[in-house]
Design a protein around this ligand. Structure first.
Ligand code: GTP
Length: 597
């Protein structure tokens, strides 16, 4: 146990966690040298393409220090706010962390959020300034920020370039010397914390655990504290960096366990496992990941329904935080209602569906969950605009509606303070304003989640010429004066396009909407009227005059085969159209485009 170290790497997005983790794996000969362009730990295609970590990946390394061999379990964590839960569980598994900061960018919003998470877990924090090879690096300034913001002693910081390898050699001895070994004993009853899990086509669900007491080995019967289900262990091992079986996992170790578990939904991150018949107290920190945004998903081609359903189910097997329920839309047919942790989580899901299953899907505008208190004393949560109370039900049956809010932390150069305050002041509540240095400022606002999802980050970026960074955490629910805004095409409501908006913004949003739709709907043989309405009241209207679309007009009558080709092409195009009453609209119209990235 004294020769084990469990440590995570935490940082703001893109500050170099995965690159550093790869360098450490190379230094310990856990993997062969990769070269600059390949990252070992970012395994998913979307991670490599976007250069972001989506799933945390753990790896065990052997390292000789002063003649003794140590095992260092390194946990690479995702930096983006949507994946906060993964960061928290990685931290709970360790006794220390490397807090990585880009020496050219300094402290950013997720640096602050991650620091406080590590601080709350009482971890030994090793500050590491990365990218010191960059000409724009200002290590001196960043050390000042570290001292001012977190009261970290500058002499404790290491300065490195994960890219060139400069200074990286000092990190492993610092981990051994500064991070305490795990506590717990092999003589206690077995208990372990579930940090992550994934689905393997051959072995079923695989659990990544940190053992806090006792030992576990093949043939053991284990049980979950939170579900009560029992399983038989068929294999245990270390991630080195791929699965490598061992005889047993002992207290202090981080490794994998293969239980006889068929469904990923039974593996709840943060759960505690123990030997059947030897119950233990649950380890603290269990929290089920709750979806915060919901969308409708529909096949682009209705014949693809079954295949798409299989792909969605397969993908959600590996990501327990996605919820899936069947849903039907009059405009788009049969589909699903899906729940995600945030908009990045959603757009990563869309990418993976396309990359890994070749499946294209229409995703409707995200909705957050609203809490409804009815006059008869009952409560409900609604996250689908089509189920939202209409104006009549609203006034007769609903007592109160509440919407989720987040506490958003923004960090940016103080030159932009005026424009950020202007952006936030009208609608949001200011909680904190702190100068991190003479030129950088931190603001905290309470912001409705719905507005955050609706591209608040995009607006913040444009108010600060791209310099602002944003982090947020849930901050409960507040009363909200919201209603359903419907979109009608020639009098028919397009349910997939309905949304929930604040009363004060209904008219403006309605006008923006019909204007946008006017540009998206093709001219038809008759006039098309597009309206936005709240209940029976139309708040905005646009119309498109009738016109015959003759695709063969340019053919000058001569070439029959060319004419046929064009007509066929038009037929092809029609496959992607859906009928709303007597109007054909392109399915693309219903598809939400992510604004958060
Ligand atoms: P997320 O997983 O998305 O949170 O990112 P990350 O923190 O893992 O960052 P990653 O390792 O993917 O690095 C982000 C970018 O910075 C990549 O283009 C790296 O090549 C680059 N980078 C990382 N370390 C260094 C460094 O020391 N110097 C320079 N110049 N670039 C670096």
């Amino acid at each position: 146990m004294s020769r084990i170290r469990n440590i995570s790497v935490i940082a703001h997005i893109d500050h170099g966690k995965s690159t550093l983790s790869d360098r450490l794996l190379e230094l310990t000969n856990t993997i062969a040298t990769l070269g600059v362009h390949k990252q070992f730990l970012d395994k998913l295609k979307v991670e490599q393409e976007r250069g972001i970590t989506v799933k945390a990946v753990t790896c065990s390394m052997r390292y000789k220090h002063k003649g003794e061999e140590y095992m260092i379990n390194l946990i690479d964590t995702p930096g983006h706010v949507d994946f906060r839960a993964e960061v928290i569980h990685s931290l709970k598994a360790g006794n220390g962390c490397l807090l990585l900061i880009d020496a050219a960018q300094g402290i950013q919003a997720q640096t602050v959020a991650n620091f406080y998470l590590a601080f709350a877990e009482n971890l030994k924090i090793i500050p590491v300034l990365n990218k010191i090879d960059l000409p724009a690096a200002e290590p001196g300034k960043v050390l000042e920020q570290l001292e001012q913001t977190f009261e970290l002693d500058p002499v404790d910081a290491l300065a490195i370039s994960a890219k060139t390898g400069l200074g990286v050699g000092a990190i492993l001895p610092a981990i051994i010397e500064r991070v305490p070994p795990p506590t717990g004993s092999v003589d206690e009853n077995f208990k372990c914390l579930l940090i992550d899990s994934w689905y393997d086509n051959y072995k079923g669900v695989i659990l990544l655990v940190r053992v806090f007491g006792g030992t576990v080995q093949r043939g053991d019967r284990i049980s979950s504290v939170h579900t009560g289900h029992k399983y038989e262990v068929s294999e245990v091992g270390l991630m080195h960096p791929d699965q490598s079986p061992v005889n047993r996992l002992c207290a202090g170790m981080v490794g994998y366990v293969v239980p006889s578990m068929k469904r990923s939904s039974e593996s709840k991150i943060g759960d505690t496992f123990y030997h059947v018949g030897k119950p233990v107290q649950a380890l603290p920190g269990f929290e089920d990941a709750k979806p915060m945004i919901y969308v409708g998903a529909f096949p682009l081609d209705t014949k693809e329904f079954k295949r798409l359903e299989d792909s969605i189910n397969n993908l959600s097997l590996n990501d327990r935080s996605i919820t899936v329920h069947r849903d039907t839309s009059t405009a788009l047919g049969q589909g699903w209602r899906l729940g995600f942790l945030g908009s990045l989580h959603l757009s990563v899901f869309q990418d993976r569906l396309k990359d890994e299953y070749g499946a294209e899907v229409i995703i409707t505008t995200p909705t957050v969950p609203y809490q409804i208190e009815y006059r008869d004393g009952t409560f409900g949560t609604i996250s689908n605009p089509s189920e939202f109370p209409d104006v009549v039900t609203h006034s007769s049956k609903v007592l109160d509606i509440r919407e989720p809010v987040v506490e958003a932390t923004m960090i940016f150069p103080s030159d932009y303070l005026g424009s950020v305050i202007e952006l936030c002041e009208a609608c949001f509540l200011l909680k904190e304003q702190t100068f991190l240095s003479s030129s950088r400022v931190l603001l905290k606002y309470i912001i409705p989640l719905a507005q955050l999802v609706e591209d608040f980050f995009g607006k913040l970026k444009s108010s600060t010429k791209g310099y602002a960074t944003l982090d947020y955490e849930e901050a409960g629910y507040i009363p909200a004066d919201v209603l359903r805004l419907s979109l009608l095409i020639n009098g028919k409501s397009v349910d997939a396009l309905a949304s929930i908006v604040h009363r004060s913004q209904a008219e403006r949003r309605g006008r923006e909407w019909v204007k946008k739709m006017r540009g998206l709907v093709d001219r038809q043989l008759y006039e098309v009227v597009i309206q936005a309405a709240v209940g029976n009241k139309v708040v905005a209207r646009e119309s498109i005059s009738a016109k015959r679309k003759d695709v063969t007009a340019k053919c000058y009558g001569g070439d029959v085969s060319r004419k046929m080709k064009l007509l066929n092409k038009q037929k092809e195009g029609k496959k992607r159209m859906r009928s709303i009453g007597n109007v054909q609209i392109s399915q693309e119209v219903c598809t939400w485009k992510p604004g958060f990235l």
